[in-house]
Design a protein around this ligand. Sequence first.
Ligand code: FAD
Ligand code: NAP
Length: 337
Amino acid sequence: MNLIENRSLKDCNTFGIEVNARYFAEITREEEVVPLLSSLKPDQRPLLILGDGSNILFTDDFPGTVIRINTKGIAVLNDDSEAVILRVSAGEEWDEVVEYCVEQGWGGIENLSLIPGRMGAAPIQNIGAYGVELKEVLLELEAIHLETGEPRTFKREECRFGYRESIFKTTLRGHYLILHVTLKLSKKPQLNLEYGSIRKELDQAGNSSPTLHDVREVVCRIRRSKLPDPSVNGNAGSFFRNPVIRSDQFELLKKQYPSVISYPDPNGVKLAAAWLIEQCNWKGKRTGDAGVHPDQPLVLVNYGNATGQEILDLAALIRQSVLSRFGILLEPEVNIF
Ligand code: FAD
Ligand code: NAP
């Protein structure tokens, strides 16, 4: 296994932040993982497992070894008249998995079309969009402990999935490398069209009996029209998670701010973080090359040569003003290193 020294990570993170990894390795075959882990010397740790870097903000050079997972393969484990069970390698591009499933007529992830990143990273924050979350189709995942090299299978319940969260973002953060994810997709899918403008777009096109493919197309179209393309302006999607607050806290807030954008949530009320940020006048603000997107205030942008620290400083100012005005602490969704 080749360890590259002092490799730039600029092309490995969608924010386009210029930092170096002290060591860098690319895994293309799963058999390489355990030998690599056991060959690393103490000064070549800590480790950071990387997919496409679309949910990461680097604020400094990484002092240990960055391991990028590029293993490929989709295996059908079971196939009957109701459902199909797939074992997907961690290095598969998520949207290619979605496209493949839609082409086969297997439903459940079409609303998650066009989310950047690789399969192995998708469980980390239980990726979600347009009313669907990965946890709805994930059966289990196989991972390797980064210290001991021991394999472990995590059943869905053990992943402790929550809203943009899992055990791999909390108590087991940085402890495991995910190698495979097993998904169950339906051959008789129930389409989820009630979120955002999916239904409206289909109605406008006169489509009253949409297929999986139609839903994927609509989601891709809406996303392309609304979301900034990281290849044009560096970003990692939503920088903050939408906060969920208690219902009594929400009632007070609503009295003071009747226009607050909110949605019911099993744990209380979910607020649109974008609305909170916009109310604090951050939309479109820019300091040097670090800015708040003019249309999507939840997205922080690197307009060229911003450092990770400059993006983080901007995020801290936004958090402070939302806290001062609304008494709500925004939590970053992006993983900060
Ligand atoms: P990376 O950024 O490389 O890694 C993210 C985290 O996962 C890091 O902590 C990393 O160490 C860890 N990790 C990565 N791979 C592994 C592995 N194999 N084993 C163990 N740990 C690993 N997210 C959503 O949920 N919904 C959206 O709709 C959405 N839209 C986005 C739109 C844009 C324009 C962008 C830039 C991002 C968006 N995101 C969205 C965030 C991002 O795409 C997802 O979080 C995605 O799953 C990250 O995948 P990645 O391969 O880029 O992970
Ligand atoms: P949007 O449709 O304009 O909606 C704005 C916010 O309101 C979203 O954050 C969404 O919450 C919430 N929302 C809208 N309709 C809702 C409903 N019916 N029930 C509950 N909550 C609702 O959002 P957008 O920015 O264009 O993004 C569309 C989808 O893609 C969203 O699901 C969003 O999460 C996802 N996305 C995520 C990222 C990321 O980096 N995480 C980046 C881009 C887009 P939710 O976020 O909880 O869905």
